[in-house]
Ligand binder design. Structure first.
Ligand code: GLU
Length: 268
């Protein structure tokens, strides 16, 4: 098998996606240690001269916590209000943490409408490119305060893949609370093994993830696999890895064997 890991060292434009589980505790409060490391590692990668875009979840969870609600509200307007509050808090923290290392952040909130309509899509692409030119770090989330079913992405794995495609990223790193793709469900099968490299997302791979569309895969792998498919088809390498220590990002971009690498498909 080719050494696909080696070429990750040359990735120039990198999208990093962090899930709510990486940036908050089970209590719902912010995991400041993880956020701190994330800001440090991303700033360090910027210092290397690479371009980085951060796709972050957590708006709703952080908002729920800030409002002191016992659980995530079911009513759309309540969820959207919680997201409006949580998104502010998230940006406040990212702004504070990145500024420590001399970087400014710029918020981009998206719905499907910005992707589906050419003019809006071009505007978004231009904004990304200017922010990167200004050495700012674009911080992206779904616009949860206005997104309703018809125009939502639904999950940030998909959003991160779409952003990667939009900006022509070389590498997408999806950090989660799982180590990567396993041959079977590691929670129930002691024989389950981590798959280091996936050259093609075929039926067998989908089976390992719990089957497309089942909604619940091997530790939530289904949406990650869907994201990997979108991004790899657009020519972006994708690594799904455990965000338990965000410094894993440095291992990945130095070509080390971390998580599962989904290899970018050659353009046809
Ligand atoms: N956009 C949602 C939020 O910020 C998260 C969606 C996801 O975790 O996939 O709360």
């Amino acid at each position: 098998m080719k050494n696909y890991r080696e070429r990750l060292k040359d990735a120039e434009t990198i999208v990093i996606k962090v899930g709510t589980s990486t940036i908050t505790y089970e209590t719902g409060k912010l995991n400041l240690g993880h956020l701190e490391k994330l800001a440090f590692v991303i700033s360090d990668i910027r210092n290397l001269g690479k371009k980085v875009v951060l796709v972050t979840s957590g708006a709703i969870g952080v908002g729920v916590n800030k409002l002191g609600l016992k659980e995530k509200p079911g009513v759309m307007s309540e969820k959207q209000a919680a997201a409006a509050i949580g998104q502010c808090e998230l940006m406040h923290i990212y702004n504070k943490m990145f500024s420590k290392y001399g970087y400014v952040v710029g918020q981009i909130l998206l719905t499907r409408e910005e992707i589906d309509f050419e003019e809006r899509r071009n505007n978004v692409i231009n904004t990304f490119s200017k922010l990167l030119e200004y050495n700012a770090i674009p911080v992206v989330n779904e616009n949860d305060s206005i997104a309703v079913e018809e125009i939502e992405f639904g999950d940030n794995d998909t959003l991160s893949a779409i952003v990667s495609k939009l900006i022509g990223a070389d590498l997408l790193i999806i950090l989660s609370d799982i180590d990567g793709l396993y041959s079977a469900d590691p929670r129930t099968d002691p024989e389950a093994k981590l798959i280091p490299v996936v050259e093609e997302i075929n039926d067998e791979v989908e089976k390992s993830a719990g089957g497309a569309g089942s909604g619940r895969g091997t530790g939530g792998m289904v949406t990650k696999l869907m994201a990997a498919r979108i991004a790899t088809q657009a020519g972006t390498d994708v690594v799904v890895a455990n965000g338990g220590n965000p410094c894993i990002i440095q291992d990945i971009i130095s070509g080390q064997d971390s998580g599962t690498l989904f290899v970018a498909q050659p353009s046809s």
